[in-house]
Design a protein around this ligand. Structure first.
Ligand SMILES: [Zn+2]
Length: 272
């Protein structure tokens, strides 16, 4: 019996149930015929031209991404717009598209959990426990051995795939660090969360001037974490090998590959 796209989406929804997704999110099957036969899956963080081309060029029948391509309403899939062009390329190439986004963040071994695990955080708990199913978003835990902020940042630089922006830190290089909060992807909404405020360092991505500056100013008065800002793509890419392993276990006949293409939008940094 060939494995169909419907079989694979059932497995995907078993691993990362759609009920766990945030209300604003749009994960799940974005394109493809549920009756189509699936023999190879490519995993990537972003549905962009490079990963779509890689999926088709390597003979994948399914591109499984973290970020949904159609999160906000579109009124056209004309091919002079990139979303239409990507969908047309996928459909013509016989490649389906599925996203596992916040539903892959909340599970026990979701995006933040993988980051917490690679940092060696012990007994990690969710920053924000899940309302429906799963563990919740973000993780906070303690390091087996206390370290310093500088060494924690260097460790992150080793763990994460390389990006132009690297690892940016707000805080003292030698500040002691024991409790660490992490949130893969954009986690500025947790800057004022009590679990994050109580940590020695908070690792997340996409920290902008005002949220970061305000959190650090408040920390000077009432305590709060040092901030470590990493690449959004890199922080979530770490989840892909774990997801690939889970898919391979559930679908032993399917070839599952992780894209190594860097889809972080930044290409270079000029250090002053
Ligand atoms: Zn993300």
């Amino acid at each position: 019996m060939p494995t169909t796209l419907a079989d694979v989406t059932r497995v995907i929804e078993g691993l990362w149930p759609l009920a766990g997704a945030e209300a604003w999110d749009a994960p799940g099957l974005l394109a493809g015929d549920p009756a189509a036969e699936i023999s190879a899956v490519l995993l990537a963080v972003d549905p962009v031209a490079d990963t779509v081309a890689e999926a088709i060029d390597t003979g994948a029948d399914l591109l499984l991404v973290h970020h949904p391509l159609l999160l906000r309403g579109v009124t056209s899939v004309a091919e002079d717009r990139y979303k239409g062009a990507l969908l047309a390329r996928l459909i013509r190439g016989g490649c389906a598209l599925v996203a596992a986004h916040t539903n892959a963040d909340v599970v026990a071994d979701g995006t933040s959990a993988v980051l917490a695990d690679l940092l060696g955080l012990q007994q990690p708990r969710a920053i924000e426990p899940a309302a429906t199913g799963g563990t919740g978003l973000g993780r906070v835990g303690t390091l087996g051995e206390p370290t310093t902020l500088g060494r924690l940042a260097r460790r992150l630089a080793e763990i994460l795939p390389p990006t132009a922006s690297g690892v940016r830190v707000s805080g003292d290089y030698d500040a002691p660090v024991r409790t660490v909060a992490v949130c893969g992807g954009a986690g500025d909404s947790y800057l004022a969360h009590p679990e994050v405020r109580a940590a020695d360092a908070y690792v997340t991505a996409d920290l902008r001037h005002h949220p970061a500056s305000e959190a650090r100013e408040q920390a000077r008065l009432g305590g709060g974490p040092a901030l470590i800002d990493v690449s959004h793509w890199a922080s979530e890419w770490l989840w892909l090998p774990v997801a690939a392993r889970q898919l391979t276990e559930a679908l032993p006949g399917i070839r599952v590959t992780v894209s190594e293409l860097r889809t972080d939008p930044w290409d270079f940094t000029v250090i002053q």
